[in-house]
Each structure stands twice: as structure tokens, then as C-alpha cells.
Design a protein around this ligand. Structure first.
Ligand code: CTP
Length: 403
């Protein structure tokens, strides 16, 4: 999955011959599951039609503050467009537009949108070789970089003038690869490895029966995705769960019992920077697993249970520099119990959810958490979807490991 998947990309097109290549650029973004809106300078419409771009992007294309042909004459709100975008990409970026951007000129919709945007902005310059090396162009580029914009370097080759040299817009595939790599390199968990346990465990009674619990794995899988989206390489050790995950940074390891989870977690732990144990591990397992299905009798049946190994406590004992996070699901004396677990299991943080909070716990799509760190500082969050809770947890961990 690309880092651009699900992202909102605002493509600004200015009047250079390379504008014809933006049809491919839009297609590439769409293929990566990004949402694309296009804003054009009026002159760029001589090089590629808005119809082509609106068809490919599946969104209306705007180039003026209102559409004269439209009988409703709707105002095209540059502020909304600018704030909508996760990333703005200006390709091709002409010398004229870059000069205006560098100087805060705002005489068309694209420039007004650029000034209104708060997201990262990428520029792919395109012009003739002498224009590209002109000191005024260099000055614009330097100024734009100093504003925090990122320049996708022009390449060398044959130019529309027939001259050969630097000034060709990077090819659409290279623009996409450049942006993906740039985003990845800036992600806060880039280069970090993360171990995560999720879901329930099943403890066999006989070949057809087991002791389990109602954990769905939703919380753990959401954490895996949130961490992977921030660049972490995630080892997701999951008990039996219907949850699905499709992310190139997530390796899923399926296990069944607490013992399987214990073995898998220990095999990855030495290699990771962060471990989050969100699984609802069975605390007890049948002492003996019957090799044949247990037959029904009229008398009562006793199953003797033995404690399972506590994976989290065991990792707490052997941990070196890993940031170790546990979960506590409590029904009473919540803070006290969670703090006790944090200390006993030698954790860096614990995520508490109380079953007394409506909407928190196993079977729901929402959760309400308090994160307690090793200095016993508490941070409570509102009731949110598990996807949002997962982002809060990962963001708190990022803050703590960078503190
Ligand atoms: N945990 C674990 N291995 C176990 C049991 C629990 O790794 N065998 C982890 C859970 O994944 C969770 C944390 O320990 O991160 C807390 O689990 P919980 O069952 O609430 O804590 P216990 O120490 O078992 O205490 P109790 O059941 O008495 O509340």
C-alpha cells in the first residue's frame, strides 16, 4: 500500500508544455487510491483540457474564482480547496508561477489556493534551459524552499524549444516516487520496528472445544495500521480474529494459544524498538488437553486450569531499550490496578480502559482510554472510534520516545 493511499492530493497545473503529462500523473495518483482535485491556471488550459482532467480525477476542475459557464456562478472557494488537501503538487511549475508564489502574488485561483493551503507543497519545475538557470528562477526556487516547499528537480533532456539541457519536468512516475519517498523519509516511526499482540487466545480443552474470550482484535489491528501509516515496520501477532489488514509495512503472524503468542512475541522482541501488548491473553488454560472429544455424561465435569505465562511481564523482565506498552481492562479500582500492572510488569506506559465507561471494551467500535506513563502521569481521552484511539496511542508513544 502506498503512503498516498487515501490521501487528498490537490494538483495545480500551470502553463507549460509538460502540462500534457499531468493526465498520466492524475491516473497514477488515482491508481494508488489517492483522491485528486485539479486546479489550473487559465493559460494552462491551452495545453490540456479540464475535461480530460475532470474525467480522470472524477472531480470538477477549477481555474477561476467562479465558473462563468455555470448558470449558478458558484464561487470556487480557494480556502476550502487549500484546507481540503493533504498534499499540494504543482506540476508543471512554470518560472512565472514560481516567481508569483515566491512573492505572494495572488492573481489567480491556483495562487490563492496555494496561499491558503497548510499542507506540504511539492513543485515540479518545467521550463527552457536558460530560464531554469536564470538567477531570478534560482532566487524563486531558493525562496520557495525557504518557505518549506519541496522542489522535485527538473531533469535534463530535449526541451520543447529543441534545445537540450536541464528544465524538463520530472516524468509522472518519478514525481510520484519522489513524493512517496519524501513522505516516507519524514514519517516519525520510519526505521522503527514495532511488535504488537492483538485479539484473544484460545486454550484447547479437547480437539473441538476451547476456552476463549470476546476480544475482536479491532483495537490491536487499528494500532497496527496507525503505526504502519507513520512508517513503522509492524509485527502483528494475532490470536484468532476476523479482522483483516492489508498494509505493506505489517507482517501478520497468526497464533492460537497463549503459549503460541508467548513464543512468537519472544522471537521478535529483541529486534524491535516498541512493543504494544493489546491482546486479551487467557490467564488460564486446561491442565490437560483431552486427545479425544470429551463425551457427555450425566455427572458434572471438572476442568483443572493452570496459569498461562504472562507475556507482558516476561518481556518486562528481559527488556533493554524497547518501549514497552501494556493494556489494562478493568472493572473497578481502575487507576490503582493499572498503575499496579505498570510497575509490576516494568512498563513504559499502560493503556487503561474501564468497563464502567459506556462504549469502551471488547465488542464495540469505540473506546475510551487513559494512558499512564512510567512516572504515573495520566492522560485521559474522550470516547472515540477505535481507529482514532489507535492514532492517539501511537502519537503519545511517538512523543514519549522522542522526549
Ligand atoms: N498479558 C499478557 N500475557 C498474559 C496475560 C496478560 O501479555 N498471559 C498482557 C495483556 O496483553 C495486557 C496486560 O497483560 O497488555 C494486562 O492484562 P490483564 O489480563 O488485564 O492483566 P493481568 O496481569 O492478567 O491481571 P488481571 O487479569 O488480574 O486483571
Amino acid at each position: 500500500m502506498s503512503v498516498l493511499s487515501g490521501k487528498k492530493i490537490l494538483l495545480g497545473i500551470t502553463a507549460g508544455i509538460a502540462a500534457y503529462k499531468t493526465a498520466s500523473l492524475v491516473r497514477l495518483f488515482i491508481k494508488l487510491d489517492a483522491e485528486v482535485k485539479v486546479v489550473m491556471t487559465p493559460a494552462s488550459k491551452d495545453f490540456i483540457t479540464p475535461l480530460t482532467l475532470s474525467t480522470l480525477s472524477k472531480n470538477p476542475v477549477h481555474s477561476t474564482f467562479y465558473d462563468k459557464e455555470d448558470e449558478n456562478e458558484l464561487w470556487n472557494n480557494h480556502v476550502d480547496l487549500g484546507l481540503w488537501a493533504d498534499y499540494m503538487v504543482i506540476a508543471p511549475a512554470t518560472a512565472n508561477t514560481m516567481s508569483k508564489m515566491a512573492n505572494g502574488t495572488c492573481d489567480n485561483l491556483l495562487l490563492a489556493t496555494y496561499l491558503s493551503s497548510k499542507c506540504p507543497v511539492y513543485l515540479a519545475p518545467a521550463m527552457d534551459l536558460d530560464m531554469y538557470i536564470h538567477p531570478s528562477t534560482k532566487k524563486s526556487l531558493d525562496k520557495l524552499k525557504s518557505f518549506g516547499n519541496t522542489i522535485i528537480p527538473a531533469t535534463s533532456g530535449e526541451l520543447a524549444s529543441g534545445l537540450v539541457g536541464e528544465g524538463r519536468m520530472a516524468e509522472p512516475e518519478d514525481i510520484v516516487a519522489f513524493i512517496e519517498n519524501d513522505i516516507l523519509s519524514k514519517l516519525p516511526l520510519k526505521g522503527k520496528k514495532l511488535l504488537l499482540t492483538a485479539g484473544p487466545t484460545y486454550e484447547a480443552i479437547d480437539p473441538v472445544r476451547f476456552i476463549g474470550n470476546h476480544s475482536s482484535g479491532k483495537m490491536g489491528f487499528a494500532i497496527a495500521k496507525a503505526a504502519a501509516n507513520l512508517g513503522a515496520e509492524v509485527y502483528l501477532i494475532s490470536g484468532p480474529s476476523n479482522q483483516k489488514i492489508n498494509h505493506s509495512f505489517v507482517k501478520r503472524i497468526d497464533v492460537v494459544s497463549a503459549e503460541d503468542m508467548y513464543v512468537a512475541a519472544h522471537s521478535y522482541f529483541n529486534d524491535v524498538d516498541i512493543a504494544i501488548l493489546s491482546a486479551a491473553v487467557a490467564d488460564y488454560k486446561p491442565n490437560n488437553v483431552a486427545s479425544q472429544k470429551i463425551k457427555k455424561k450425566d455427572s458434572s465435569l471438572q476442568i483443572e486450569l493452570a496459569p498461562t505465562k504472562d507475556i507482558l511481564a516476561s518481556l518486562g523482565k528481559i527488556k533493554k531499550d524497547q518501549f514497552l506498552v501494556g493494556f489494562a481492562l478493568e472493572t473497578n479500582n481502575e487507576l490503582e490496578n493499572a498503575k499496579g500492572k505498570l510497575k509490576r510488569k516494568k512498563l513504559d506506559a499502560i493503556v487503561l480502559n474501564s468497563l464502567q465507561d459506556k462504549g469502551a471494551g471488547f465488542a464495540t467500535d469505540t473506546n475510551k482510554i487513559t494512558i499512564i506513563d512510567k512516572d504515573l502521569r495520566e492522560k485521559s481521552f474522550e470516547l472515540k472510534s477505535k481507529v482514532e484511539v489507535a492514532k492517539d496511542i501511537i502519537n503519545e508513544i511517538v512523543k514519549k520516545i522522542n522526549a
